[in-house]
Design a protein around this ligand. Structure first.
Ligand code: F6P
Length: 316
């Protein structure tokens, strides 16, 4: 078979490890593997490269994505999707593996519905994909955030400050939740657990009166202006407060061990699924077992929330 692979949406550490596993597993089974450059853009511009085992050497530990990525909004339109199918079929490609998040899966589902064999692998730092406990890149971003919280606590304690740390995640609070637990945050504010400002300020005031030297608040992005919240805390709680927006640093860096293993397992499994004729499905990990679920279900479900959302109420 000829199998193509692309990465799409926000890059995530471990995408390269997944590409490597696709290439090496595919070649081991006697297939030809092609990389599509810059996500769906490369499908539209007929930008493919053959990938050999040597081409992915050294990629296991490399951050970013060696194939490039893009967000291609026009890929929602059927005539645009048809261009992609033409380019794939003209090259004799039999199947496509899409590594990305929710938005990327919509494109993969569309190609499957147009009759092209397509499989998804969840690659996004947000961990917001239904049908999998973890997405590739989540653990690396989490470690980056925890490292930042530890550093911010040092300076907050020294100055008796309240530090607000805004993290990525879009509509998913998993990065904030997991990082907040690992970093011992006093408050974790996520889309699933939104701000209660009166309670926040009164608790901070109490902590300040008790003589505590620091307070840490971890917030999922896109909810409110963290700098304004810091200003309000400074006026009302007794703590002086500063906000830090971690931004794109969370997407970079060498993948941690969990992401290298997850990406290797999922990349290899995706090739085996393709060989079995599976299409319109995506790979997931559930209770440490690899599974596939229909893309049509995944894109229509918000991710189920785990027990950590309850844990945080008890141990903060
Ligand atoms: O989906 C990954 C992510 O990093 C989100 O956490 C964030 O909201 C978004 O991508 C940023 O996207 P862009 O790279 O298009 O600015």
């Amino acid at each position: 078979m000829k199998i193509a692979v692309l990465t799409s949406g926000g890059d995530a550490p471990g995408m390269n490890a997944a590409i490597r596993a696709v290439v090496r597993t595919g070649i081991a089974f006697g297939h030809e593997i092609f990389g599509v450059l810059d996500g769906y853009r490369g499908l539209l511009e007929d930008n493919f490269i053959p990938l050999t085992s040597k081409d992915v050497s050294g990629m296991l530990s490399a951050g970013g994505t060696m194939l490039g990525t893009a967000r291609v909004t026009e890929f929602k339109e059927v005539p645009v999707q048809m261009v992609a199918i033409d380019n794939l079929t003209n090259r004799g490609i039999d199947a496509l593996i899409v590594i990305g998040g929710d938005g990327s899966y919509r494109g993969a589902l569309a190609l499957h519905e147009l009759g092209f064999q397509t499989i998804g692998i969840p690659g996004t730092i947000d961990n917001d994909v239904y049908g999998t406990d973890f997405t590739i890149g989540f653990h690396t971003a989490l470690n980056t955030i925890v490292d930042a919280i530890d550093k911010l606590r040092d300076t907050s304690s020294s100055h008796r400050r309240c530090s607000i740390i805004e993290v990525m995640g879009r509509t998913s609070g998993d990065l904030a939740l997991y990082a907040g637990i690992c970093g011992g945050a006093e408050f974790i504010i996520t889309p699933e657990n939104p701000i209660n400002k009166d309670k926040l300020i009164s608790t901070l005031k109490k902590h300040n009166d008790e003589g505590r030297r620091h307070a840490i608040i971890v917030v999922t992005e896109q909810q409110f202006d963290v700098h304004k919240l810091a200003a309000e805390i400074s006026i009302k709680s007794g703590f002086s407060s500063r906000a830090t927006v971690l931004g794109y640093i969370q997407r970079g860096g060498r993948p941690v061990a969990e992401d290298r293993i997850l990406a290797s397992r999922m990349g290899s499994y995706a090739v085996e699924a393709i060989m079995q004729g599976v299409s319109g499905e995506c790979i997931g990990i559930k209770n440490d077992k690899l599974v596939t679920s229909p893309l049509a279900d995944i894109v229509n479900h918000p991710k189920e929330r785990g027990e950590l959302y309850d844990l945080v109420q008890k141990i903060r």
